[in-house]
Design a protein around this ligand. Sequence first.
Ligand code: DGJ
Length: 707
Amino acid sequence: MPVISYAPDAGVWLLSTPRTSYALRTDTTGAPCHLAWGPRLTLEEAQELAAPQAPPASSFEGRSPVGEELPVDGGARYGTPSLQVRFADGTRAFEWQPAGHRVHEPEPGSQELALEFSDRHYPLTVTLHYRVYADSDVIERWTRLRNTGNDPLVLLRADSAAWTLPSREDYRLSHVTGQWSAESQLRREQLPFGETVLTSRRGITSHHANPWVMLDAGDATEEHGQVWSAALAWSGGWRVTVQRTPDGRACFTGGAGHDGASLTLGPGEQFLTPVHAGLHSEGGFGAASRAWHAYTLAHVLPHPDETQPVLYNSWEATGFDVDAAGQKALAARAAKLGVELYVMDDGWFGGRRSERAGLGDWTASRDRFPEGLSPLVAEVHRLGMRFGLWVEPEMVNPDSDLYREHPDWVLHFPHRTRTELRSQLVLNFARRDVAEWAYGWLTRLVGEHGIDFLKWDMNRAFSEAGWPERHGDADQVGTAYVRNLYEVIDRLRADHPALRIETCSGGGGRVDLGILSRTDQAWTSDNTDASDRVAIQHGYSQIYPARTMAAWVTDVPNQLTGRSVPLRFRFHVAMAGVLGIGGDLTRWSDAELAEGAELVAEYKRVRPLVQHGVMHRPRGPVDDGPAAVQYTSPDRSEALLLVWQRGPRHGSPRTPLRLAGLDPRARYRDTRTGTVHSANVLTGYGILPELPPGDWASTAVHLIRVP
Ligand code: DGJ
């Protein structure tokens, strides 16, 4: 059971998770200060860390920028503020005044601490929330700000939480960068002194960065060492600022919104930040990833116990050229391959013949589906598959009936260009009428056709993100947009409990713990080149579990990269996540269809390990040698090792791959070769799985414990 304990004399709070402790106190100025985040401590031990603060060494220093639970803009503080307020009379400095605390149990197995504060003079209350779980070392934090006065105030910055690391001689930062079709590229570099800003100004989580960080002392490896990490549950613009100070400390603060966006808080209004979840772990980056995966399954995803079906998606096969006959032909072949969910992608509605027209007109095109969608849905169901449909509810093409009727519904500023990207504009989901309209047609569409699955896409970044009718609130758009988006999805799910949703934003542009708490899986990337995909999946797996990572097998030469790799390699890469097929099955040869069906069947045998098991990364995609990922069942009775060798160089060393997480006393049989291996040999010395010669060789080793 998680424990939140308090030493009233010292004013020290201790939050205990199964393997870690987090301690804080309120200092003599009333400010909430950090004490510890790391290995377990007792309450007495935590108090030892509560030494009185040394006075600043000079009149130029002020308070240390590191070490507060939510550094404010106020007093002699010169670091990045997590909270920056402008009151009605222009005053900006916030002064902490403790106002009580509450501890409660929101549900069995978790506890929550709420620390309440107000400003010493102005009518603003700040509540810091902490939630701990019995089965996870992840600590959730968020902040509630309430205007208790009669005048509006402006939040210039309102982060969810600031996180402080213990002093170390060096620090290293891990995070991902990227772009469309190259998401989740893992970067691991020494943390520079000063402020490092990771952000999205695009209105979505973005392909370019993802709101998580991992810090270590420069000494962690995949399987060893302390790692401090955090992830933000937010699907709009965001900012995480990591600071390393000259006195050898490090911290980071994160929240919704990017620089320069402020929020007006009217009298009586409150602002609730998204959750910023943090984790201290031992056991290297691998253990950190495993803890995030377990937390996502236990406390984020809506249906974690379900096994995700093998899906087929028509996009790469047809582009916008969809019609009833073509879809039925693909569906028939998909069913034979063993597909369980058939998804019709873009092009089925209104005047949508290319990316230039039709978005917003969400009725099936009469010329392509003369009898509507129902006959296709019925046929897919008759073939024994579920039916999924692509939608992009937040967008409109200027060439659409919707835009002709409601040109004011898009994000825009008066007298400014409405910049089009992919020939589309962003509907202002912050508007109630727009959100209601989207909810209305979506719930009708799903209900009337018996749709089982939606691929919810979002294909451009924001620009000119204004709302002219509410000019005072222009900066509020980003936050209100995301909240309404969440609400529409939540209502839709409530109306249709069997509906499952895939989050997509031109691939992985909107993957985060916020959207994952209301969707079932994510379209990882529009890049389906299996070779490129190895690195994308590696970055994705740092935080997000395989159970959410949709991966398709598509045709060669790959539409994006022109690269051709064997069907087996494409399957083996996609089998590391939620397997899907995205090729033009009408062009697959009988031999390819037979091999595909065999590999789909193989995936179905091992997918409980992939989707519900524990992941290890015996070797990352660090060079042109093999990369490998291992999934082990929670009871350690089975393991799957996927190995991908991209372009080997003659003479480059091949090091055995050491497995992990097996039952140490057991022996495991390789289901393909029949060879029996001792767990101690597999983990202590490793194996060299046999790979065919040449580029793009791959294998899947399925091991079952010998009774
Ligand atoms: C972007 C998605 O990522 C693709 O898979 C596809 O659905 C297209 N949009 C359709 O426009």
